[in-house]
Design a protein around this ligand. Structure first.
Ligand SMILES: Cc1cc2nc3c(=O)[nH]c(=O)nc-3n(C[C@H](O)[C@H](O)[C@H](O)COP(=O)(O)OP(=O)(O)OC[C@H]3O[C@@H](n4cnc5c(N)ncnc54)[C@H](O)[C@@H]3O)c2cc1C
Ligand SMILES: NC(=O)c1ccc[n+]([C@@H]2O[C@H](COP(=O)([O-])OP(=O)(O)OC[C@H]3O[C@@H](n4cnc5c(N)ncnc54)[C@H](O)[C@@H]3O)[C@@H](O)[C@H]2O)c1
Length: 448
C-alpha cells in the first residue's frame, strides 16, 4: 500500500491535465484531478471550441450573400445573436459532460474545487481537505492579461465575450494577436463596427509578413479599422455606456464594448509555488526541463502554465508525454519543431515552419514560391478577395522549410501540408505530385 492518497494529483482539468490524468490512469496509476471552474479547460469552455463555432456562425453572413449568386432566393433572412450564443454554450455543456465522462470512465477522482500546493507531496483543497500524492502535476493554464491603465475595468476579456447579452454596435479590441484578429472577423461579419487597437505597429508577430499584410488589407476592405502604434492612455465610460479610449497617438476611440486580447499570463499565482520553492521565470511561467520536470523532483508542469507554446495540441502532447514517462515506463519528450498553427480570422491564415524572414536569417540562400489567386468560388460570387500561398525552400537543397497561406480553408489544407514539411520533403516532391483539380490546394503542387 502506497504512503500517499494518490499516485498522481493533477491541478487543472484542461487540455493538458485531462490527457495526463487519463493516460496515467490507463498505466495503472491512482489519479485525482482538481478543477476550480469547469472540466475541459480554456479550449473547450472559453477558447478554441466556442470561438470556432462563432467563426462558423459569422461566416454565414458571406455565405448567404454568395448563395444568391448561386441561384438561391432567401427571403426574410435575419440573424439572432442569442440563438447562436445559446446553441454554442449548450454545445460547450455537452463537451464538458464528455470530458467528465472521460475522467470518470478512467477512474480518475475529480475534486470540483480550487487546489493549492502545500508541500512537495501535498495539495490543500479550497474546502481545507489535504490530499497527498507521489507526483503533482501543475496544469493550470493561463489567464487573460489586462493592461495596467486607468479605466481598464470598463473592458472585458475573452472569458466574458462568449456570454454577451447583445451584440455591440461598436467594438474595440485591444491587441493585434490571435484573439484580436479572430474576434474582429466574427464581430465584423455579424454587423458590428470593429476597431483593432494595438500598442505596436505590427500585428500577428511570428507569422509571415506578406501573409499578415494580406489579412490587414482584406480586413480593412471589409471595414475593420486598425489603430496601430496606439498605446492606451486612459479609458472612460459615460453614463450612456459609451466607452472612450484615449491613446498616445491620435484621436480617442469611442465604442460600446472593449475587449482586451493582449496576451495571456501563466496561472502560477496563488498556487503555493513560491512557498514550496518551485522555480518561476520572470514572466511567472513554471520552469521545466524537456520531461516537464520542475526543480522539485515530485512536481511537474505542462501546458500554458509553462509558457512554451500556448496551443491546445501542445498542452495535450506534453500531458501525454509526461504520463508515459512517469507512469508508463516509456520516457518521451515533445518535438516542438514544425508546429502548424492558424488564425481563424476572416479569411483564416495558417503557417508551418520558417517564415521568409526567419529562413533568410538562418539559411542564407532561400527560394520563395508564391501563388496569388482568386478562388474559383469568389469569381462567381463577385467577392474580390485573393488568396496567397507561400512556400519557402532551402536554396541549397530544395527542402521545403515553411508554408504559409491565407485563404478559405487554409487551416484544413495546412494541417496536411505540415506532414510533408515535417517529413523534410523537397519542392521537387511537391511538383512530382499530380494536382487534384479543381481545388485551391492544387496551387501547392503548381507553384512557380
Ligand atoms: C479565446 C481563445 C481561443 C483559443 N483558440 C485556440 C485555437 O484555436 N487553437 C489552439 O490550439 N489553442 C487555442 N487557444 C489556446 C488554448 O485554449 C490553450 O493553449 C490550452 O487550453 C492550454 O491548455 P492547458 O491544459 O495548459 O490549460 P487550460 O485548458 O486552460 O486548463 C487549465 C485548467 O486549470 C484550472 N485551474 C487553474 N488553476 C487551478 C487551481 N488552482 N485549482 C484547480 N483548478 C485550476 C482552470 O480552471 C482550467 O480549467 C485559445 C485560447 C483562447 C483564450
Ligand atoms: N488560433 C489559435 O491557435 C489561437 C487562438 C486564440 C488564442 N490562442 C493562444 O492564446 C494566446 C493568447 O492570445 P492573445 O491574442 O491574447 O495574445 P497574442 O500573444 O496572440 O497577442 C497579444 C497582442 O497584444 C498586443 N499587446 C500587448 N500588450 C498590449 C497593450 N497593453 N495594449 C495593446 N496591445 C497590447 C501585442 O502587441 C500582441 O499583438 C495566443 O498567444 C495563442 O497562443 C491561439
Amino acid at each position: 500500500m502506497s504512503e500517499f492518497d494518490f499516485d498522481l494529483f493533477v491541478i487543472g482539468a484542461g487540455s493538458g491535465g485531462v490527457r495526463a490524468s487519463r493516460i496515467a490512469a490507463s498505466h495503472g496509476a491512482r489519479v485525482a484531478v482538481a478543477e476550480e471552474y469547469r472540466v475541459g479547460g480554456t479550449c473547450v469552455i472559453r477558447g478554441c471550441v466556442p470561438k470556432k463555432m462563432l467563426v462558423y456562425g459569422a461566416h454565414f453572413a458571406e455565405d448567404l450573400h454568395a448563395a444568391a449568386r448561386f441561384g438561391w432566393t432567401l427571403e426574410g433572412v435575419r440573424f439572432d445573436w442569442k440563438t447562436l450564443r445559446d446553441n454554442v454554450l449548450a454545445d460547450v455543456d455537452r463537451l464538458n459532460g464528455l470530458y467528465q465522462q472521460t475522467l470518470d470512465g478512467n477512474k480518475v477522482t475529480t475534486f470540483h474545487e480550487r487546489a493549492r500546493i502545500s508541500g512537495p507531496h501535498e495539495v490543500t483543497l479550497a474546502s481545507g481537505r489535504k490530499v497527498s500524492a507521489g507526483t503533482i502535476l501543475i496544469a493550470t493554464g493561463s489567464w487573460p492579461m489586462v493592461p495596467e491603465v486607468e479605466g481598464a475595468e470598463h473592458g472585458i476579456t475573452s472569458n466574458e465575450v462568449f456570454h454577451l447579452e447583445s451584440l455591440p454596435k461598436r467594438v474595440a479590441i485591444a491587441g493585434g494577436g490571435y484573439i484580436a484578429n479572430e474576434f474582429a472577423g466574427i464581430f465584423n461579419a455579424l454587423g458590428c463596427d470593429v476597431t483593432i487597437v494595438n500598442r505596436s505597429d505590427r500585428i500577428l508577430r511570428g507569422y509571415d509578413d506578406q501573409i499578415v499584410d494580406r489579412l490587414k488589407q482584406l480586413s480593412e476592405a471589409k471595414g475593420i479599422t486598425f489603430r496601430l502604434d496606439a498605446p492606451f492612455e486612459r479609458i472612460e465610460k459615460a453614463a450612456d455606456g459609451t466607452i472612450t479610449i484615449h491613446v498616445k497617438n491620435g484621436e480617442p476611440i469611442e465604442c460600446d464594448l472593449l475587449v482586451f486580447a493582449v496576451g495571456r499570463k501563466p496561472m502560477s499565482f496563488d498556487l503555493g509555488l513560491e512557498e514550496v520553492g518551485v522555480a518561476l521565470s520572470d514572466k511567472g511561467a513554471v520552469i521545466v526541463d524537456e520531461h516537464s520536470r520542475t526543480n522539485i523532483p515530485s512536481i511537474h508542469a505542462v501546458g500554458d502554465v509553462t509558457d512554451r507554446v500556448q496551443l491546445t495540441p501542445v498542452a495535450i502532447r506534453e500531458g501525454h508525454a509526461f504520463a508515459d514517462t512517469v507512469f508508463g515506463g516509456t520516457p518521451r519528450t515533445v518535438d516542438y519543431g514544425c508546429i502548424p498553427s492558424a488564425v481563424f480570422s476572416n479569411p483564416p491564415l495558417a503557417g508551418v515552419g520558417l517564415t521568409e524572414e526567419e529562413a533568410r536569417r538562418r539559411l542564407g540562400e532561400v527560394k520563395v514560391y508564391t501563388s496569388d489567386f482568386r478562388p474559383m468560388k469568389n469569381a462567381l460570387t463577385g467577392n474580390p478577395e485573393r488568396s496567397l500561398y507561400k512556400m519557402i525552400c532551402d536554396g541549397a537543397t530544395g527542402r521545403v522549410v515553411g508554408v504559409h497561406m491565407i485563404s478559405p480553408e487554409a487551416p484544413e489544407i495546412l494541417q496536411v501540408v505540415a506532414v510533408a514539411v515535417k517529413a523534410g520533403l523537397t519542392k521537387q516532391q511537391f511538383d512530382d505530385t499530380v494536382a487534384l483539380h479543381p481545388s485551391m490546394a492544387e496551387e501547392l503542387v503548381l507553384l512557380k
